[in-house]
Design a protein around this ligand. Structure first.
Ligand SMILES: [Fe+2]
Ligand SMILES: [Fe+2]
Length: 284
């Protein structure tokens, strides 16, 4: 099936000057949603999260998907996700996570998910053409900067020299308050196993940002949990996955089976004002 070429939004203008962004992250969808209970639950939670968010009394101006759209890299899964997002009628933009460029092959002999985690073979995959590597969305009062931090064949991330130069050029050119979105975390989460998979050269990013005080907000995924940090005058939000959650503060790999899937709203207002909150999936 031939679909029209995807055109990501580059401008969002609103009459009240406020831009409300719905962040969805870490969907981890499978090609066949019926292939396992994990696949079925990721699919079901994504649909439920999207339906719940869009039923809220909040005007959604942009859906921002911050990586790990798929659990295994298959073109048909992206087709399905993009078609679903198109059906919302809301502009959307997606960046890659590690799972979008790396397949984690688990030996058939692995006993459970924890042994599987240690025994994975990481295989590099190419980036889906609709995932944005460096992209600017200008809004009435803000600039949204979307940046790829994924590294094919790796779980950890890295911000390329090219992306750092792009970020520097964009922030030099435009003094509007800025939000930066990427997949990987850029400050330790106090969780040793997750922190092994941080954006490795985060220090270079922080060094660059020290010269650009208009960068107010960073939002990312990858951690499958909710957290807020402030560092160098920047507010950093990480957001629950739409799929499954990881246990905060755990040095060993662990799921958080008590925490529900969720999503984040980010409101960007005039005069560098912003507000953000997380909503969890309601159980029925
Ligand atoms: Fe993820
Ligand atoms: Fe990730």
């Amino acid at each position: 099936m031939i679909t029209a070429a995807y055109q990501p939004p580059t401008k969002i203008i609103t009459a009240d000057g406020i831009t409300t962004v719905l962040q969805l992250t870490d969907l981890h969808l499978f090609e066949d949603a019926q292939q396992s209970s994990q696949a079925a639950s990721c699919e079901q939670h994504f649909e439920a999260v999207l339906a719940q968010a869009l039923a809220e009394e909040v005007r959604c101006d942009l859906i921002l998907v911050t990586g790990d759209l798929v659990h295994e890299v298959k073109p048909s899964t992206y087709e399905r996700i993009y078609r679903r997002l198109e059906r919302t009628g809301i502009p959307f933009a997606c960046i890659a996570g590690n799972h979008d460029v790396t397949d984690e092959l688990i030996p058939a002999t692995a006993l459970d998910s924890e042994t599987a985690f240690e025994q994975r073979t990481l295989v590099a995959r190419s980036l889906d053409s609709r995932l944005l590597e460096q992209h600017v969305i200008e809004t009435t009062n803000w600039q949204l900067l979307l940046m790829d931090s994924s590294l094919p064949g790796q779980v950890a991330g890295k911000i390329s020299a090219d992306s750092l130069a792009w970020l520097q050029a964009q922030l030099s050119r435009c003094s509007k308050p800025a939000l930066l979105a990427l997949h990987h975390h850029i400050l330790p989460m106090q969780s040793a196993w997750i922190d092994a998979h941080i954006a490795k050269n985060a220090a270079s990013l922080w060094e660059l940002l020290a010269s650009f005080p208009q960068l107010k907000v960073i939002v990312h995924g990858h951690t499958h949990q909710q957290q807020l940090e402030r560092y160098q005058g920047v507010t950093i939000y990480t957001t629950p996955a739409t799929s499954y959650q990881f246990l905060p503060g755990s040095d060993e790999f662990a799921f958080d089976n008590q925490a529900l899937p969720g999503y984040r709203w980010i409101q960007l207002a005039p005069d560098s004002q912003f507000n953000s909150w997380v909503v969890r999936l309601q159980q029925h």
